[in-house]
Design a protein around this ligand. Structure first.
Ligand SMILES: Cc1cc2nc3c(=O)[nH]c(=O)nc-3n(C[C@H](O)[C@H](O)[C@H](O)COP(=O)(O)OP(=O)(O)OC[C@H]3O[C@@H](n4cnc5c(N)ncnc54)[C@H](O)[C@@H]3O)c2cc1C
Length: 298
């Protein structure tokens, strides 16, 4: 199917794009990599008078490190650029690892970091990673700039805290602390498919004890789901296999995932438990490894 007709606008600066958004209100939509929006238009699942292509705005692209060590990624930076950037691989490996699970290389070559976060698919990897890593998302409108904590940003199915007149301009991922380890695991019908269920775990060790833990599931609810009870249970433990087993059980038991043609709710709940267990154990092993490498901090 071809998309219904629309006006195509291609501003050269963020200020011009914001002005267009302000003028068109809810009748216009931003076009980033087009990997989610164009299929929706082609299937006629959505319609807009105008598409504002922000692909030419250089200021929305690129990746650098802020003075506090956080990685700042421009919203229009592609998923591939981020995944393969040496800085990401070395200092923020969870992001690289997560991006390898997103679709296929061809899609990641066009799909953007901002597009994935703004689209907020409940089965997407990046929103869950943003919540697990306490990322900050930055949005702009003609009225000014807003900062959003990741956990408050993702509101429901395909719904975020962004207003119609705002552009997500960048996302900041804090640098991991010494003694930290993280992992993302998921299950999908085929490599490159959206996850049926996934889990992101991040733990911080103080000597041999778990000082803090973060456990976020995706594909099991309307937005990334934190397993707070399991996080609390893990804190203060030695992260033994039995601690992890119990935390995974607690994380999975309240879940109420959907049944569909791809998997039953029961399967998803079982998979969530197994993935939580394995992701926490992997995060723990990585945290231990980081302490061995940098006993006094990186
Ligand atoms: C076959 C296939 C498999 C896929 N598998 C996965 C997967 O496994 N995991 C996964 O996470 N994703 C997957 N995707 C989606 C892919 O990651 C998309 O690239 C991503 O969801 C959207 O990014 P985009 O840059 O293409 O955005 P677009 O499609 O251009 O835009 C998506 C939405 O976000 C809005 N938007 C985009 N950028 C901004 C911005 N800067 N500010 C405000 N709003 C903005 C748009 O207006 C639109 O509503 C898959 C896609 C396909 C086609």
């Amino acid at each position: 199917l071809k998309p219904p007709p629309f006006k195509y606008l291609r501003p050269a600066t963020t200020a011009d794009a914001l002005e267009l958004l302000d003028r068109h209100g809810g009748d216009a939509k931003l076009l980033a990599g087009g990997q989610s929006l164009i299929p929706l238009l082609r299937f006629r699942l959505t319609y807009f008078d105008s598409l504002i292509d922000i692909g030419r705005i250089g200021a929305l692209r690129g990746l650098d490190v802020l003075p506090d060590g956080a990685a700042r990624i421009g919203a229009m930076t592609t998923q591939s650029e981020t995944e393969n950037h040496p800085l990401m691989r070395e200092r923020y490996p969870l992001l690289s690892e997560a991006l390898q699970l997103v679709a296929h290389r061809e899609i990641r070559n066009r799909g953007t970091i901002g597009g994935s976060l703004a689209h907020a698919d409940p089965a997407a990897e990046l929103p869950a990673v943003a919540v697990a890593l306490d990322a900050t998302l930055v949005s702009k409108s003609v009225a000014g700039t807003r900062l959003h904590e990741a956990e408050a940003f993702f509101r429901s199915f395909f719904t975020t805290a962004l207003r119609d007149d705002e552009i997500l301009t960048e996302v900041r991922f804090p640098r991991s602390a010494p003694g930290e380890g993280a992992a993302i695991l998921e299950t999908a019908r085929r490599p490159g498919d959206f996850a049926l269920v996934g889990a992101v775990a991040r733990v911080r060790l103080e000597r041999t004890r778990c000082e803090s833990a973060r456990l976020v599931l995706f594909g099991v609810g309307p937005s990334p789901t934190r397993a707070k009870e399991a996080e609390e249970l893990l804190a203060g433990t030695s992260l033994s296999d039995s601690d992890i087993f119990e935390a995974a059980r607690i994380a999975a038991s309240p879940l109420d995932p959907i049944s569909d043609v791809r998997a039953s709710a029961n399967y998803r709940r079982h998979a969530a438990r197994a993935l939580c267990s394995r992701a926490i154990a992997l995060a723990r092993d990585r945290a231990r490894e980081s302490m061995r490498k940098w006993p006094h901090g990186a």
